[in-house]
Design a protein around this ligand. Structure first.
Ligand code: NDP
Length: 486
């Protein structure tokens, strides 16, 4: 762990093994932080914010540090990509993409921080009224295992750019790229105590970050149930919260869509990163008139997806993150069968040969799904697609919005007006027309309904790490004359 500029073990000496989900091998043994460790890290982050000049550091200096971090990450991009694949299983081509995106995220916020941020107002008195943005203070940042490095960049870049200090906690199963990233943070010379890394279990270390009265903001990406518990824990000192939670996102295909494009994007929407994506297109809605032909093509192409160790050239889908998560996904597949959905593809764990020691599951497609089924309503977070059919635009929108979640959604049609009509009615924060999944550092990321609170990325992501202060300056200084002077 990296606390106050020092690499440290857990105070009580606890350690944890970190596994490769493709082979079951132990990749590393890391510190397992506890309450004492996270409290010390919070105290150091507090000190760095309250007593060092970090919050007042000129923005050019903060930008320089972030650029230097981006450059170092870029120089070692392949090493980070391999490590990410070893630790979280995703195919190497996806890890390379993530590292590149992380580099660009640090650069984006390094560039954004010295752009105009404030506002001035004309008011009724002879007054100069202006608004400035200031750092919030100490931030607790908690991230999941599906994009360990990329989500670390999404959290750290705006937080540090804005002049906050942080205690950062990766998921206990995927800490390796975060540890390496903090080695780079040390190398480029962020001041001591500004960026701290604590490892350990969510209900202990993460909970303390959410509950501590010394933390001013908690930012979390992960499951909706955990998000709810973080919100409750954060209520103690009414800290600011940003929550990026789960989804059950609809991908709508109209009969007039480019057929081949829609088939391939439907696959990409659910099978990228083994479906362990908050914005995965896990509900596919297909117009009646092309439904059977579409499903047939989708099943045929998905059958050919090459599942394997993400490090192997040509692998298109890797293993699930852990044996426990594999069991959860397999359970959902059983639930789908029991609910009466038709298993059109996959459904089984892969155990032959090199699959035996990893957490591999087949790309899985259920058809004949109905809106009340659990596999349609609940986030499975695996390569399991639920296909529903619709008659017309009205029904498509109704089915798409019939969810507690509202993170993302896509629509495929060659009718531009129809695409925009449908997108405008989708209750979701991230939407796509004739594509699925691309995300950009420049644009806000986050959800409606139970998919979260607030936005990351873009200018919104920087706003989320700032307080807003109004400053009123009297331009005609003199007595107010409000009180009698006799
Ligand atoms: P969690 O939401 O539990 O984990 C995300 C992060 O939160 C991890 O760092 C975890 O720590 C931490 N955490 C866990 N419990 C607490 C707590 N009480 N207080 C503070 N922090 C906590 O996700 P899981 O890994 O358990 O996955 C559960 C489900 O969540 C998945 O099956 C999936 O449906 C969903 N999920 C959604 C993600 C998304 O991007 N929207 C990402 C990951 C999961 P640690 O793991 O170290 O214990």
């Amino acid at each position: 762990m990296f606390i106050a500029g020092q690499w440290v073990e857990a105070e009580d000496g606890s350690v944890r093994e970190v596994f490769n989900p493709a082979t079951g091998e132990v990749l590393a043994t890391v510190a397992e932080g506890g309450l004492a460790d996270v409290r010390r890290a919070i105290a150091e982050a507090r000190r760095a914010f309250d007593e060092s000049d970090w919050p007042q550091t000129p923005v050019v200096e903060r930008a320089r540090l972030l650029h230097a971090l981006a450059d170092k990450l870029e120089e070692r991009a392949e090493e980070f990509a391999v490590l990410e694949t070893e630790n979280c299983g995703k195919p190497l081509r996806e890890s390379r993409f993530d590292v590149n995106d992380a580099v660009n995220c640090f650069r984006y916020y390094a560039g954004l921080i010295n752009k105009p941020l404030g506002q001035t107002y004309e008011v009724s008195d002879p007054m100069m009224t202006m608004v400035v943005r200031e750092p919030i203070g100490v931030c607790g940042q908690i991230v999941p295992w599906n994009y360990p490095l990329l989500i670390a960049a999404w959290k750290l870049a705006p937080c540090l750019a804005a002049g906050n200090t942080t205690v950062f906690k990766p998921a206990e199963v995927t800490p390796l790229s975060a540890i390496k990233l903090f080695e780079l943070i040390e190398e480029v010379g962020f001041p001591s105590g500004v960026a701290n890394l604590v490892l350990g279990a969510g209900p202990v270390v993460g909970h303390e970050l959410a509950a501590s009265g010394l933390v001013d903001k908690v930012a979390f990406t992960g499951g909706t149930a955990t998000g709810r518990s973080i919100m409750q824990a954060a209520a103690g000192n009414l800290k600011k919260i940003s929550l990026e939670l789960g989804g059950k996102s609809p991908n709508i295909v109209f009969a007039d869509a480019d057929f081949e494009a829609a088939v391939e994007f439907a696959m990409f929407a659910i099978f990228a990163n083994q479906g362990q994506v908050c914005s995965a297109g896990s509900r596919l809605l297909v117009e009646d008139s092309i439904h059977d032909r579409f499903v047939e093509a989708l099943v045929e192409r998905s059958r050919k997806i090459r599942v394997g160790n993400g490090l192997h050239e040509g692998t298109e889908m890797g293993p699930l993150i852990s044996p426990a998560h594999l069991q959860k996904v397999l359970q959902y597949i059983e639930i789908g069968k029991a609910e009466g959905a038709t298993l059109a593809l996959g459904g089984k764990r892969l155990t032959d040969g090199e699959y035996a020691r990893g957490n591999f599951v087949e790309p899985t497609i259920f058809t004949d799904c109905t809106p009340d089924m659990r596999i349609v309503r609940e986030e499975i977070f695996g390569p399991v697609l639920a296909v529903l059919r619709f008659r017309d635009e009205e029904e498509a929108v109704r089915l798409a919005n019939d969810s507690d979640y509202g993170l993302a959604g896509g629509v495929f049609t060659q009718d531009g007006a129809k695409a925009l009509r449908v997108i405008k009615r989708l209750r979701a924060g991230i939407t796509w027309v004739n594509t699925y999944h691309p995300t950009y550092n420049e644009a806000p990321w986050g959800g409606y309904k139970q998919s979260g609170i607030g936005r990351e990325l873009g200018t919104y992501g920087l706003d989320a790490y700032t307080e807003i202060k109004q400053i009123n300056v009297n331009l005609q200084v003199g007595p107010l004359g409000w009180y009698r002077n006799d």
